[in-house]
Design a protein around this ligand. Structure first.
Ligand SMILES: Cc1cc2nc3c(=O)[nH]c(=O)nc-3n(C[C@H](O)[C@H](O)[C@H](O)COP(=O)(O)OP(=O)(O)OC[C@H]3O[C@@H](n4cnc5c(N)ncnc54)[C@H](O)[C@@H]3O)c2cc1C
Length: 340
């Protein structure tokens, strides 16, 4: 089949690579370049730990895919340092891990995290860790190769049994189109009668120097009385922290500059008060849009030759998503599938 993939973030590239592996004729288009928007930056957290046993099982499938990708890339794309979960979701996520038969441990103040005071009790997802996002992008970009072109897609239309993809450089006809355009998905999907969430929010992650050496676990902290955060070693000597601020601070209407200022202030405060061995000076920031209130999981919508995918926190699922989307696009899927 001739398949057009709109978007070369980690999701579009993973799907394009899987489609090429299955010998389809693929054109992957991105308005900016590979890994430029939500997939940008050096690292991400991988975890099996989720709030439902179904998502834990899907993350296990994704982990097997990360192993395959690492072998093909000739280097580990996930560093198995573990992922610690503390606070509000700990019990529910532990129950989901148990139900899915996934390996985990229960740890406390001895947790390998740069906290002034460790949690009383926490879930250690021993299979979790840190994804090398840059390495993943390089690997996928190599795999997709000449099937990638920098072109903005401004219109999608159904033509006979297939589709026409319009770009300023001309139109491309395809048997099927995958819309994996991140923040651009909803406006393209709406053109072909598919609804995906339209409300965007701002999110910023900050990187600090750390004096801590040795492997530290990635950490999702939802302890009561403080801002929920996710944290990990972005590279040796660098600790990345993202804070989950309240809706008013991150709403689209707040504007990127104001949302970034608020996030920087809140995360710096958190680092000063709660972390140990992390220098409270921002060295780097990674900005992206998110879809307000979506949480974990992912969603497929299909109409005629068009399939759209959306979700937050998709990086960890990328190898699974690539295979699943390649099948959905070429073999067909239900009109609406929610993996939650
Ligand atoms: C700071 C931060 C921390 C995160 N932490 C985690 C984490 O720990 N674990 C995790 O799993 N996930 C995490 N995520 C989320 C994860 O990175 C994203 O869900 C994932 O990268 C989304 O990939 P994507 O391919 O869907 O979107 P994108 O990477 O945004 O790709 C979509 C692409 O579509 C292109 N595009 C849009 N419109 C058009 C158009 N009209 N024509 C052509 N091209 C178009 C864009 O240029 C873009 O490159 C984090 C994200 C950020 C930014």
């Amino acid at each position: 089949m001739r398949v057009a993939v709109v978007g070369a973030g980690v999701v579009g590239l993973a799907a394009a690579a899987a489609l090429l592996d299955a010998d389809h004729d693929v054109l992957c288009l991105d308005r900016t370049g590979p890994m430029a928007e939500r997939s940008t930056g050096s690292s991400r957290i991988f975890r099996l730990a989720h709030g439902s046993a179904d998502l834990v099982a899907l993350a296990r499938e994704a982990r097997a895919g990360w192993r395959r990708w690492s072998e093909a890339a000739g280097r580990p794309l996930v560093h198995d340092v573990g992922c610690l979960v503390s606070g509000a979701d700990t019990l529910a996520w532990t129950a989901a891990m148990r139900k899915a038969g996934a390996p985990y441990e229960t740890v406390g103040a001895d947790a390998r995290i740069p906290a002034r005071r460790g949690p009383d009790v926490a879930l250690l997802d021993t299979t979790g860790g840190v994804i090398d996002a840059e390495g993943t992008g390089a690997h996928l970009t190599r795999r997709v190769g000449a099937a990638f072109q920098t072109r903005v897609v401004y219109l999608l239309e159904e033509r006979g049994s297939g589709a026409r993809v319009h770009t300023p450089e001309g139109a491309v006809d395809a048997d099927a189109v995958l819309i994996a355009a991140g923040a651009g998905t909803s406006s393209l999907a709406a053109q072909v009668g598919l609804y995906t969430p339209t409300v965007l929010a701002h999110h910023v992650r900050f990187t600090f120097a750390t004096t801590r050496t040795g492997p530290l676990s990635a950490w999702i902290d939802q302890s009561s009385g403080r801002m929920a955060t996710y944290q990990h070693m972005a590279r040796p000597g660098r600790w990345a922290v993202g804070g989950l601020l309240d809706h008013a601070a991150t709403a689209w209407e707040a504007g990127r500059a104001e949302a970034t200022r608020a996030a920087r202030e809140a995360v710096l405060d958190y680092v000063r008060v709660h972390l140990d061995g992390v220098v409270p000076e921002v060295l780097d920031e990674v900005y992206c849009t998110t879809m307000a209130g979506l949480g974990d999981g992912f969603h497929l919508r299909r109409r005629g030759p068009f399939t759209a995918v959306y979700g937050d926190n998709l990086f960890k699922f990328a190898p699974l998503l690539g295979d699943l989307l390649a099948r959905a696009v070429t073999e067909g899927t239900e009109e609406k599938v929610d993996y939650v």
